[in-house]
Ligand binder design. Structure first.
Ligand SMILES: [Fe+2]
Length: 256
């Protein structure tokens, strides 16, 4: 797994205090296996988020119940295994909140991600009870992602979108101090159709016949991420820059 291989060095070079990985597609594009989650935690992930592919690998259902640092969207129906947020104790004794919500445009009809996030955030105060808050908004539509980010601008350190598999160039610090990127992009082979081997994926669009199984593209992966520096007092963002390493996309590495 490219991310597990790259994480230890990235953590060191970028002097990372908190590392969050979205891994719902780690298992050949569909779900996450407990073995892969363990590998990511061992490589340096502090928290792992999921998404619409959360339950593609059924073994994850018992695993998430005993692994609080693995979270799924908080607006999944009541009674869903796992939780939608986790408080992480950082190495320096401070605490960070990581949460995930899932959008509803072109995705499943879930509870409202905006209200669900507001309820969760009402329990914490950035820069007081928690040093940082990371919100992963797993959604398809840029409009919903931007509306979500502006809704919580000033209340969280970062809103980062996941799900579209393409890194967007809109990373910025919003007026209230929240870092934002509408999509962090995938870590995978970009000579593909969102990570899948392109020949079969293209044929599906031309013929509308879902004949053959989609397989992941096996070329060199570009590891994509987002680097954020937060203010020690306020928890708001001071810097936000993309990380791209390896594969076909142009490289980007913050200077630390
Ligand atoms: Fe997704």
């Amino acid at each position: 797994m490219a991310v597990a291989a790259a994480l230890p060095k990235l953590r060191e070079v970028l002097r990372i205090d908190l590392c969050v990985v979205n891994a719902e597609n780690a298992s050949h594009g569909f779900g996450l296996g407990p073995d892969m989650a363990r590998d990511l935690f061992a490589a340096g992930a502090d928290a792992i988020t999921l998404g619409n592919h959360a339950w593609d690998r059924k073994e994850l259902i018992p695993y998430i119940a005993e692994t609080p640092r693995l979270i799924r969207p908080l607006n999944f129906p009541p009674g869903t295994p796992g939780a939608g947020s986790i408080l992480i104790e950082l190495a320096n004794g401070r605490r960070a909140l990581v949460l995930q919500a899932m959008g509803r445009l072109y995705l499943d009809a879930l509870d409202c991600p905006f209200r669900g996030t507001a309820v969760e955030l009402s329990k914490y105060r950035l820069g007081a009870s928690v040093a940082a808050i990371v919100a992963d908004f797993h959604a398809e539509a840029s409009s919903e992602k931007m509306a979500y980010a502006h809704s919580f601008d000033g209340q969280v350190s970062l809103v980062v979108g996941t799900h579209t598999h393409c890194p967007s160039a809109d990373h910025q610090i919003l007026p209230g101090g929240t870092a934002f990127q509408s999509d962090a992009g995938m870590s995978g082979d970009y000579d593909s159709v969102i990570g899948m081997e392109k020949t079969i994926a293209i044929r599906r669009f031309w013929t509308k016949v879902p004949s053959e199984k989609l397989n992941p593209a096996e070329g060199e992966a570009t590891v994509c991420g987002l680097f954020v520096v937060t203010d020690d007092q306020t928890g708001l963002a001071l810097r936000v820059e993309p990380v791209r390493q390896g594969g076909r996309l142009s490289p980007a590495m913050p200077l630390v």
